[in-house]
Design a protein around this ligand. Sequence first.
Ligand code: ADP
Length: 408
Amino acid sequence: MMGALLVLNAGSSSLKFAVYPIAEDTLTPFVRGKFAGIGTAPAFSARRRDGETLTWDQVPPLAKNTGHDALIPALLDWLKAQLGDLPIVAAGHRVVHGGRFHDGPARVTDALLAELDALVPLAPLHQPHNLAAIRCVATAAPDLPQVACFDTSFHRSQSPLAQMFALPRHLTEEGILRYGFHGLSYDYIAGILPRHLGERADGRVIVAHLGNGASMCAMKNRRSVATSMGFTALDGLVMGQRCGTLDPGVVLYLMQEKGMSAAEISTLLYERSGLLGVSGISNDMATLEACNTPRAEEAIALFCYRAAGELAQLAASIDGLDTIVFTAGIGENSASIRARICDRLLWMGVKLDAAANAKNALRISALWSEIEVLVIPTDEEAIIAHSSRVLTTDRCDENTAFPDKAKP
Ligand code: ADP
């Protein structure tokens, strides 16, 4: 079958896209790109598979008020011009929340969209943008099959115990559960792990997805056993702007004693906390690492302290640990953050090779480390392409080989 598959990952201020050939076994995109800074200072960047950079010369030009609804149809036109005779035959989307019943990707229907709309309160920062992108594509290309790939699905393999809060049972039955997120990233890493570890990939592995949003996942047999994020993407690690695990008593105090509304607390916890809140400077780890002030240093120290603690807790869920994988922006690029987290895990037998770590090498553990430590770039778009191809074409994907993502 000839044709191309469009992958969209729509965030609040960014729109990432990639276009994959249907006919090839390797999932290497023809073109991959991003609109960043939507709503403030939109910027376009894109690259063809031969490395050539591409520019945005379309209508509308990028202006402060150019939103997703204008960009998506324009992007479809731009891609048509890039692809020539090759038609886009399906679109796959990242959708943050799939609820408790979707343990894999799903074809988009009106009924599915209504079901996913109801989950907006559980992922208010991401879900509306994900669903708006699906609706924009449906308006621009009504006959194009679309697939929703959920960040929660990978974690549906977890035991009921791992998904449960210690709340009255009727609330658990209503769906107040630990859903977990970043599942597309974990699914990608689980898919590529045997290439690097052979049979050891099926052992006890913790993947640390450390980006602006950050979480960890403990896996056995490359399936999720436990994860640090819970009911919403607020839980677990310290993040760029999100607080991570917080005593719920703090929320009660803010309401009862400081008179804060739910909306104010939501903004505080989702947008003003984490690295930004502690440092008072930035949510961006690279910026904090460069700035050398006591508050930036304290924010970084808290991030690493909490990451090491979460990792040790997750190891208990899989009866110990064989391998740690670092991924996402911080995990892939910051040798000093990896070193600071791993130094706290020396007691578990984690020992880094400083030179390999400094180079962001694939294997960064010392030869005598009891626990192997890897750095593997994640590729959420590749796993969306893979799933969307399976659901929309007659291709059997047994032979598909995930490519190692090219380092920028
Ligand atoms: P998102 O969750 O938005 O996809 P990313 O995975 O792109 O985030 O990660 C963004 C984070 O990675 C930012 O905090 C950024 O500063 C950090 N980062 C990227 N490169 C480096 C680097 N070389 N050193 C330290 N932090 C880095």
